[in-house]
Design a protein around this ligand. Structure first.
Ligand code: NIG
Ligand code: FE
Length: 415
């Protein structure tokens, strides 16, 4: 057995062992053990506490010892919403947006998701896997220690399955746990533009049975939005997914409030994601449910949209997670440190709330709460070591500065 000691930790952050996602006032409660130690056995956290309680007679037991003087040690980020399997980039559309076109206008002229779908269909599985794995490695260096990845740039039977097989391959190759989400209902492909029922039938009758047979997905997602999928269409697709054991994690209330959130809650969705456009009733309904509201502030930032009303949502007792939405159209960055900083700076979340939302609640939004999301005995030693910092608030306050000294995954230093 390999036994590692991390000693003299200035502050060991988030040692909670929550059994449910945190909501409302609970989000601001973030534990911190000052002058702490942590013991890792074969990559799993096995003991932690204050330095004064460390049994010094056991020092010879350790294969290696790390001194974390001045450093904060925190759980790695749990990014519960990404689209990191994609081909090429879309900075040409970014320029169109700078010149005044809206996201919806770009989509309407064949750009957006359809543009990424064309690029993806020209790229083979091996290249897609290599590129996505590189993105994961970059993200791990930025502190991400678990991630969800969606399909949705395929939009044909063949290309959706290709994306999901890439994600399945990534699960084997990646150092961090991955959850896979089936998102063929991202937009209507050109050939089904006027035949919505035909495309939904294709998803239900052609794609889902193969996905189930090959265990290619953990969840099902739909982009419920004006001009994309209606709440009723989302219901049809999610109920079909449910028959194969896929819970829903859905895109709702990004550009318009059209009843998507209410439908997601009716469908018992694990999470409802985006939520830039929320009225009072939406917030109330979310607060009364078990559904996790996953906020994606970097998408709001990049699309220059109003931010998610995080403050009102937390004050009304919602369960909130933060994720990056990393994708080539609305959030070409997967940096969770930026996401956390934006949530504080632009949405007035407290640093403690943001860290909880980006760690343990992100883990709940991927059903990985028993493995990651906090520093607790029995969980993976997926840890961020900060550079010496004066306080937790210094992280979002110093936005844009890389304050990560190193990242450990399963007890091994990655960066
Ligand atoms: O989560 N809103 C829908 N889907 C993605 C964007 C996809 C794209 O533009 O490529 C999102 O923001
Ligand atoms: Fe998304």
């Amino acid at each position: 057995m390999t036994k590692q000691l991390i000693k003299n930790i200035k502050c060991l952050i988030n040692t909670g062992n929550a059994t449910e996602s945190l909501r409302g006032k609970e989000l601001a409660l973030l534990s911190c053990i000052e002058d702490a130690y942590l013991i890792i056995s074969d990559g799993i956290i096995s003991e932690l506490g204050e330095m004064k309680n460390l049994n010094t007679n056991s020092f010879h037991d350790f294969n290696d010892t790390t001194d974390a003087r001045g450093q904060f040690v925190m759980p790695t980020w749990c990014d519960s919403h990404t689209h990191i399997v994609f081909a090429g980039s879309r900075e040409d559309e970014f320029i169109d947006k700078l010149k005044g076109l809206s996201y919806a206008e770009i989509a309407a002229k064949g750009g957006g998701i359809l543009n990424s779908a064309r690029k993806l269909s020209d790229t083979d599985e091996e290249t897609l896997t290599k590129q996505a794995l590189n993105r994961i490695i970059e993200l791990v260096k930025l502190g991400t220690g678990a991630i969800e990845i969606k399909s949705g740039y395929g939009l044909t039977v063949e290309a959706e399955l290709k994306m999901l097989r890439v994600i399945k391959q990534l699960k084997k190759l990646s150092p961090i746990p991955i959850k896979s989400t089936f998102l063929a209902a991202h937009t209507y492909p050109e050939s089904y533009k006027d035949n919505h029922k035909g495309y939904i039938d294709l998803i239900i009758n052609e794609m889902l049975p193969i996905i189930a047979k090959e265990s290619l997905a953990d969840y099902i997602d739909v982009f419920c939005e004006t001009g994309f999928f209606s709440p009723q269409e989302m219901e049809t697709i999610c109920l079909a997914g449910k028959k194969y054991g896929l819970k829903s994690k859905v895109h709702v209330n990004q550009l318009n409030s059209i009843g998507g959130l209410q439908k997601a809650i009716e469908l018992n969705a694990l999470s409802a994601d985006h939520l830039e456009t929320m009225n009072e009733e939406d917030i109330k309904v979310l607060a009364a449910s078990n559904c996790i509201g996953t906020l994606l502030p970097s998408a709001a930032f990049f699309l220059r949209m109003p931010y998610q009303p995080a403050r009102a949502m937390i004050d009304k007792n919602c369960a909130i997670a933060l994720a990056s939405d990393y994708n080539p159209g609305s959030s070409p960055s997967g940096n969770m440190n930026t996401v956390v900083a934006l949530s504080c700076i632009q949405m007035k979340m407290l640093p403690e709330e943001a860290v909880n939302a980006a760690t343990i609640n992100g883990a709940f939004a991927m059903e990985l709460e028993n493995e990651v999301g906090s520093i607790a005995v029995g969980k993976r030693a997926n840890l961020i070591f900060t550079k010496p910092i004066p306080s937790l608030a210094y992280l979002p306050y110093s936005f844009g500065t890389n304050l990560i000294d190193k990242v450990m995954i399963d007890g091994k230093i990655i960066a």
